[in-house]
Design a protein around this ligand. Structure first.
Ligand code: NI
Length: 233
């Protein structure tokens, strides 16, 4: 093939240093690093720091992808208020699988992209005949009122249920799921603060038991695929 290409001035992929096409073994010419390799390496570092934050201290703890407790300690119980103002508990959602994300509506970057991933996952699963109920539980009940949540969830995904409640009720829910949270609120009057939190999807079974967690950065296709495998058993 390279003989053919050579006619058009295109050599073999060995660096174009005058080797005969199809000649003997590769001569060890001056070693030049393939620029493509650098693009891959730099890309990998950027992706890694984007999600892990190792190079950017400020970002480091804002969205962690670890559970605060071992899986067997996750009870998954909650008693909250949904985005229509109705009281809801975990047992209201028994009978179907749920996919739960914990975040806050003011989150500038990670939460919104995670919610888009969740919407896509639920849509992909529905297209294959798998019903999974998406839930969003706020880690910031002070600012995430019923009205704020209503605005947020209706724009994100059809069927998505937003859940908030008193600080105590939300605190209990986060404990029940082993979700890390740390508010940077500078006193009770501060309205412009960030909240560090675990960024994970939890797949819960129809009986309300924890099945497993997924990191949003896996992407919708991979997560939907893995959930579909789980649902098939
Ligand atoms: Ni967030």
């Amino acid at each position: 093939m390279w003989k053919e290409l050579g006619r058009f001035g295109m050599g073999p992929p060995s660096g174009g240093d005058g080797q005969q096409p199809g000649g003997r073994g590769q001569r060890p010419g001056p070693r030049r690093t393939n620029p493509l390799l650098w693009i891959v390496v730099i890309g990998a570092i950027l992706i890694y720091t984007q999600y892990d934050g190792s190079l950017f201290g400020n970002f480091e703890q804002s969205h962690v992808s670890r559970m605060a407790v071992p899986a067997e300690e996750i009870t998954g119980t909650f008693s909250l208020i949904d985005h229509t103002g109705a009281p809801r508990t975990d047992s209201d959602f028994h009978g179907t699988h749920t996919l739960i994300y914990f975040g806050f509506t003011w989150c500038p970057d990670v939460c919104p992209s995670a919610m888009l991933v969740m919407a896509q996952v639920v849509e992909d699963l529905a297209a294959q005949g798998n019903t999974v109920q998406p839930l969003f539980i706020t880690v910031d009940p002070t600012r995430d009122t019923v009205e704020k949540l209503a605005d947020y969830v209706t724009n994100l995904a059809p069927g998505l249920v937003g859940l908030t409640g008193s600080e105590e009720a939300v605190g209990q829910a986060l404990t029940a799921f082993g979700i890390y949270r740390r508010s940077h609120a500078d006193g009770p009057t501060d309205r412009d603060y960030l909240v560090d939190h675990a960024s994970l999807f939890y797949l819960m079974g129809p009986d309300g038991t924890f099945i497993r967690q997924y990191e949003p950065q896996l992407g919708p296709t991979q997560i939907a695929l893995e959930i579909e495998r789980k649902l098939r058993g």
